[in-house]
Design a protein around this ligand. Structure first.
Ligand code: NAG
Ligand code: NAG
Length: 543
């Protein structure tokens, strides 16, 4: 009976076409030359129209009220694209797509589909894109997509998936992108990934993963992008990413990590982009991103408790080009050494932290392609004259830096204040300024003599010591000076000798033991005269 009705409908439709009476439903536009039918959003079609041109290749009925995909769709066996997203579809009859063997894209996102089985998509042998995002699917059973072997893009995000059976993705040998984000998974369904070895992108954030077991992605050796944001991760075990040797992009933001998972990350030898903001670590220590020598981009934003970034934090990442450290409300300062081993740095975003001032020596501001400093509680005083000059001269910084203090400049743009009005916070009388000036010269002279004491000792004692026990070996001291440490070695009179350190530009100056936090390499001997003793030589060694 049903068949007869369908046949007569087909006949009717064909007859209509033959006599030029094809009906384009009200609110739809039917472009015969382009074989495209598009029904207006909100038109409230509640069934699939059956009177369209059967040669239609693209059928788009979004934001309507269709509830069922039934055999009406079988009139359109030439379809390449079917977009029924944002309707009320709760049912797709079994084998309903059996004649759709030319369909390449099927968009069913934002409907009410709660169940799919191994007959739902039968017939879609060429399908490349299947979008089921935003439905009510609860489980993926074995072989559920085995009839659609050409799918490359599969979006199952924003469903209610709690269970994925071990053979759920079997047959999807061309799958490249898989979205499982925003479901209720409690672990990485790694068994289900064993037959999709060419998967390049996996989005599995916004689940309740809590932790990642060692080798959690062992079947995805070709993965290039992995997104696990917002998944309540409290820690990541050291071998979690073991075997993801081709991963280029990782998002582990918006979790509950209390420290940087340095060991786990160090497996990701090819990583280029890392998002690790919105976590719960207070400190980013020296060498936190050890092993990530290809890293070009890092995003550390929205950390509520981040207080400190230590010098050398990025020392293992000389290829960093883009750094975003923004919206960290407890971050009041960044040490001058933090960005000092980054010859390729181009874009720096330091918006919306708690910086009161910014020091010129922090970054090579003028050679950066872009920098952002907006939304910090900036104090516009003489400390920022340099920045004022850059903002005035330089077009690349069209960012508004709004002063929060002193009161007379409250809420004004730094670049709108005349440079000479940027005073130092305490108004002093000229005589006090004069005394301070004299004192500063005295201090500078003392420091100069002190810093060059070895030179003077050479000059006056004409005898140098191999080990100088008087040397100031404190980390701070050496960090500030950033001088190459060169020691004369009497035993090898024409050679100079310096300590060679890893992960830092810090060298001891006549220091009898390796500096704090610096890893000492065997000493290197260089002919004298090759290096000026007092020259600052940024030297970075890797192994
Ligand atoms: C389809 O699923 C049903 C029920 O889960 C199962 O019994 C059947 O063997 C499956 N068919 C194929 C071809 O996998
Ligand atoms: C991190 O994970 C390991 C292994 O799952 C667990 O033993 C340890 O207690 C966790 N540490 C924290 C701080 O949660």
């Amino acid at each position: 009976m049903e068949r007869i009705i369908i046949k007569s409908l087909v006949l009717l439709t064909l007859t209509n076409w033959a006599i030029g009476l094809a009906l384009c439903p009200a609110g739809c536009s039917c472009e015969d030359e382009r074989l495209l039918v598009r029904c207006q959003e909100g038109n409230n079609l509640d069934i699939l129209p059956i009177t369209l041109n059967p040669a239609t290749e693209r059928l788009i009925i979004k934001f309507n009220s269709i509830r069922i995909i039934d055999s009406s769709i079988q009139f359109y066996s030439e379809l390449r694209l079917l977009d029924l997203s944002n309707n009320q579809i709760y049912l797709t009859e079994d084998k309903v797509f059996i004649y759709q063997n030319k369909l390449l894209q099927l968009h069913l996102n934002n409907n009410k589909i709660s169940d799919i089985n191994n007959n739902t998509f039968k017939g879609l042998v060429r399908l490349e894109t299947l979008n089921l995002r935003g439905n009510y699917i609860m489980e993926l059973r074995n072989g559920v997509l085995a009839t659609t072997p050409n799918i490359e893009y599969l979006n199952l995000g924003q469903n209610r998936i709690a269970t994925i059976e071990p053979e759920a993705f079997d047959g999807l040998k061309n799958l490249k992108s898989l979205y499982l984000d925003d479901n209720i998974l409690t672990s990485i369904p790694n068994f289900a990934f064993k037959n999709i070895p060419y998967l390049a992108e996996l989005f599995i954030g916004m689940n309740s993963l809590n932790s990642l077991e060692n080798d959690a992605f062992r079947n995805l050796i070709n993965l290039a992008a992995l997104d696990i944001h917002g998944s309540l991760l409290t820690n990541i075990t050291h071998a979690a990413f073991y075997r993801l040797k081709n991963l280029k992009s990782l998002d582990i933001s918006d979790n509950s990590l209390t420290k940087i998972p340095t060991a786990a990350l160090s497996s990701l030898q090819r990583l280029e982009s890392l998002k690790i903001g919105q976590n719960d670590f207070e400190v980013i220590g020296e060498g936190s991103f050890f092993g990530l020598s290809f890293l070009r981009k890092i995003d550390i934003s929205g950390n509520k408790v981040l207080k400190r970034i230590q010098p050398g934090a990025f020392a293992a990442n000389p290829n960093l080009e883009t750094i975003t450290i923004s919206s960290n409300k407890l971050l009041i300062d960044i040490h001058d050494g933090v960005f000092s081993d980054l010859p390729n740095i181009k874009n720096v975003d330091l918006q919306n932290n708690a910086f009161v001032t910014i020091r010129e020596q922090l970054l090579p501001w003028r050679s950066l392609k872009s920098f952002e400093l907006a939304d910090n509680p900036i104090s516009c005083d003489c400390e920022l004259k340099w920045l004022h000059t850059i903002l005035i001269e330089d077009i690349k910084s069209n960012y508004d830096i709004i002063c929060k203090s002193p009161v007379q400049f409250y809420e004004q743009r730094l670049q709108d204040i005349p440079n000479e009005a940027l005073g130092c916070s305490n108004g002093r009388s000229p005589i006090v300024t004069y005394i301070i000036f004299i004192l500063m010269i005295a201090v500078a002279t003392t420091i100069g003599v002190y810093k060059n004491r070895h030179f003077f000792r050479h000059k006056f004692q004409r005898k140098s010591q191999f080990i100088n026990n008087d040397a100031d070996c404190s980390f701070e001291q050496h960090h500030i000076y950033e001088e190459i440490s060169v020691k004369h070695n009497d035993n090898m009179s024409n050679l100079m000798h310096y300590n060679n350190t890893v992960n830092s530009n810090i060298y001891s100056f006549g220091c009898p033991y390796p500096l704090q936090q610096a890893v000492t390499q065997p000493p290197i001997y260089l002919p004298t005269g090759l290096y000026d003793e007092r020259k600052i030589i940024p030297l970075y060694t890797t192994h």
